[in-house]
Design a protein around this ligand. Sequence first.
Ligand code: FES
Length: 656
Amino acid sequence: MTTSAPTGTKKVSIEFRPHDKVTRVPSGMTIFNAANWIGLPIDSTCGAKGTCGKCKVRILRGNNGATAADRRIFTEEELAEGWRLSCRSEATSDVVCHVPRLMGNPKAALMGFDRHVILNANVYKIPLTLTPPTLEDQRSDYSRIRDALEPEGYAIDASLNLVRGLPGVLRRSQWQVTAVVVGNELVSVEEGDTSDRVYGLAFDIGTTTVVGMLIDLNSGAPVAVRSTLNGQAVQGADVISRISYTMLNEDGLSELNEVILRTLNSLISQLLEEGRVAPHEVYEVVTAGNATMQHLLLGVDPEAIGLEPFIPAVEDMVQASAQEVGLEILPQAQVHCLPYLGAYVGADLVAGLLATGLAQNEGVRLLVDVGTNGEIILGSAARTVATAAPAGPAFEGAQIQDGMRASEGAIEAVTITQTGIDLQVIGDVPPIGLCGSGLLDAVAQLRLSGLMLPSGRFVKADEASEIVAPDLARRIITDEEGRRSFVLAWPEESGGEKAIVLTQRDVRELQFAKGSIAGGIDVVMQELGIEDEDLVEIFLAGSFGSYINPQSARIIGLVPPVPVDRIKAVGNAAGEGAKIALLSFRERMVARSLPEIVEYHELSGRGDFNDSFLAVLQFPELDTIGLDPAGLDPTGLDSDGPDTVGLDTRAVADTV
Ligand code: FES
């Protein structure tokens, strides 16, 4: 297993000529990585290992020391002229360099969210015709391959596993083989020319759901995509209970490691079957998951993540063989676990950053993964900060009286109409409960209707009948102890024996959850000195974030009140980012740099977070977020008025 990360906290500027592009990066970042950061292609076929000699730049100012790799590639004269390998040249002061034109146009594709990504997977297949050994040429089988690859710019290492198979493969193939190189590791030698079949896997390992993608690395196209529940759910629903499980059970860690491997291997077998791909044709894997999931996958004790001061065993990008990790593909295939930004801002968010390009673009953007743990990143190419806010399980429907996960029978969207209420239920069946997105919608629509005050309290039943139609007003009920609730579905509407209600306590739970995330957002906005109007876009990510109605998120104050078309549900950003890192070695280098670039702020114990949290517990007044309550007519008395109180949540839900 290997790990790697750039070094340095001081920033230096690098100017690329003749492209007239300038970037500021942490001191110690290589010029090659800095170019990748701003999407400037520099040639490479060795995965920045300093062996292919293609990433030449001419240093015009700054950074002048030559490395051993430079001396191997360049003549004395070229060195004196300033030629260096950009993948070896670390910028420790301001640099101006000249980048030669590429021989060909790099293949690029639109990926992630409007990202123009240069495709260059890190897997190389090189067909070789070897000269058979003779009494005069007594080189070993391995040397024969190494010598054939060297002129192509590959300096390789190989595992014992690979060497074990070499004698048979070379002789059976009559010395016509294909060498498969990942980075500088010779991972396979195959009979004949197999260069048209190259595959990789990208995984988004969520606490609840695991998504796997089998990708054709030649074309960049997904061959098969599957998802399944994370088998570790039995040992705990969230990361804290999984960490506790490893602490309380002697074999807890190995048990959870086996479970996640079973989950991944079962997905792999389905993906390979669907794609008609053999296990030995998969050469590289990229995983994105939160720190706990990746620790459990690697069999690394996550205990220190769960205890203050919350330290992961390793935050850099980890590379290991499939055999070491336990994945059932080519044993020598390379597995890369994307790095973390902090114990609670995991590789899933690093992948999200790749997919959105947030830390590489101009203009300030906000990325929020809404869940039990709200992960928040704010910034631009100039500066990016991240934090994690403990939101609790309300968004997943837990601790909500009639709450449930987003599965069949869950109310996922709510619209309050002139005459009553319209529910959208997963599976189009009678409702049996309320999931997180339905909870958000219900509260947002009640705020719009005037039935809920900014404090989160329901109005009294008699007040309700003055502001909404009688059918709607009678849905506010009061128990013997004076506690009010809102009936989303009467027993006859739910097809069950009891009504589905939203209680005052449920609303409080939601207020605490949204207060935590909105408080976290407030802290990072203050850190960057950003006002609401400065936000170019807000991305809602994660399995829950993708289903939130952006308008509802705005009405309850979960996100700043920017125009609703700037709030985008970005779906499985982590999976998309893992795919990008698999297909583009350059983007993977960007991911590797992110922990150095993004500033992580721990919220625990911060006084300003507590202040922000308390300040945003209330729901915003509608006029402060650009909505005019006077323009709404929930009673239906104004027949010319709109036929819904607020918004048609179905229409929005259909588009996300
Ligand atoms: S030598 Fe290959 S990328 Fe630098």
